[in-house]
Design a binder for this molecule. Structure first.
Ligand SMILES: C[S@@+](CC[C@H](N)C(=O)[O-])C[C@H]1O[C@@H](n2cnc3c(N)ncnc32)[C@H](O)[C@@H]1O
Ligand code: SF4
Ligand code: SF4
Length: 333
């Protein structure tokens, strides 16, 4: 990340944190925009491909980015569905970069061999990897592994950092040695996230017993201390090592505040904003093309504590700002 980007992102995060601490108007510094729900795969735990397949055209994406920038957003994740299905993805990345946003893209990378230019300009690529090919395919379906390792290698060699996300399921809990071997060989880093349940964008149920899952997360804490290329923060891993019931991804805990909607938000393919991806379908969205988030959002979240991968990391940035911001600067700086 360039120095100017670090300063801009740090300032946006600081402003967002301050607004949240004093319970002022929401000032999200980060947004995830699902550019489409469509996907070429059908992973066992994901429901995106069954959702509304329509999405904003580029002209309206431009307006959306103006609105996000005006809200204070400086970090934009382009996700889906599968973003590489959109041929205008490079135009969206360029439009976000023109507005000074730091841009990551989440992609399964199975379309990279055919369309390598579609990720041009991304600052970081998140992909998905659940282990060796057989484990990955068991979780994510036939063809889900095709070309993924080649694509990661090409991206890393071309100077684009890659973080592979592993969803922790019965298929991936045995895969740590393989994942570390692949990460070392190809030069990417790893993020782990619990299998999230009970939300519009996901499907399936957790089948691994809670004791075994807590032991897995404890193992990850130890592996991170050993210096493995794990970007998930220690606070995040420790929270999950103590998670009571992985069948419950989110709940309301009295006395705990959630920063979703204040510090970060999720925008669906039609430009409707939700506090986070998990809340889609649970609270009334705000159409960012028509309405102002600060004035229109109810400020309610349906839960205050969750094990949902990215959201837990974001919440730690607000609930334990000093330690989490330092960890994040080390990871992304
Ligand atoms: C919705 S996908 C979108 C990007 C792209 N299609 C991909 O698969 O990498 C974003 C991430 O969420 C993960 N994911 C999907 N369903 C999940 C679930 N039920 N729990 C946790 N993570 C999930 C995917 O594995 C992927 O890494
Ligand atoms: S996780 Fe990604 S690749 Fe799999 S079905 Fe969902 S959007 Fe598609
Ligand atoms: S606790 Fe907050 S971040 Fe987590 S799912 Fe609920 S609203 Fe989203």
């Amino acid at each position: 990340m360039r120095f100017a980007e670090k300063v801009a992102l740090g300032y946006a995060y600081g402003t967002s944190l301050l607004a949240w601490m004093v319970d002022g108007p929401p000032r999200p510094f980060s947004a995830t925009f699902a550019v489409t729900n469509r996907c070429n795969l059908r992973c066992s735990y994901c429901n995106c491909p069954s959702l509304d397949p329509t999405h904003l055209d580029l002209a309206r994406v431009d307006v959306l980015f103006d609105r996000l920038r005006a809200l204070g957003v400086r970090r934009l994740g382009l996700a889906g569905g599968e973003p590489m299905l959109r041929r205008d993805l490079p135009d969206m990345i360029a439009a976000a970069k023109r507005r000074g946003l730091w841009v990551s893209v989440n992609s399964n990378l199975t379309l990279f061999a055919r369309h390598p230019g579609r990720l041009a300009g991304a600052d970081l690529v998140y992909t998905s990897l659940d282990g060796e090919e057989d484990a990955h395919v068991a979780a994510r379906g036939d063809g889900a592994h095709d070309g993924v390792l080649d694509a990661i290698g090409r991206l890393v060699r071309g100077g684009t950092p890659v973080i592979a996300i592993c969803v922790v399921t019965e298929h991936s809990t045995t895969q740590l040695p393989a994942l570390f071997r692949q990460a070392d060989a190809l030069g990417f880093r790893l993020h782990f996230q619990p299998q999230c349940t009970d939300a519009e964008i996901v499907r399936g149920a957790v089948t691994v017993p809670n004791d075994a899952l807590r032991a897995f997360w404890r193992e990850l804490v130890a592996e991170k201390r050993r210096g493995r290329p794990i970007v998930s923060s220690t606070a995040y891993l420790e929270t999950l090592a103590a998670w009571d019931d992985f069948g419950v991804s989110a709940y309301t805990e009295p006395g705990t505040r959630c920063a979703a909607g204040h510090g970060f938000l999720y925008v669906d393919p039609l430009g409707r904003a939700h506090p986070c991806a998990y809340t889609k379908g649970k609270t009334a969205p705000v159409d960012l093309l028509a309405d102002d988030w600060r004035a229109t959002w109810s400020r309610d979240t349906p839960c205050t504590r969750c094990s949902v991968g990215p959201m837990l990391e974001f919440n730690l940035l607000f609930q334990r700002p000093l330690a989490s911001a330092l960890a994040s600067a080390r990871t992304y700086g």
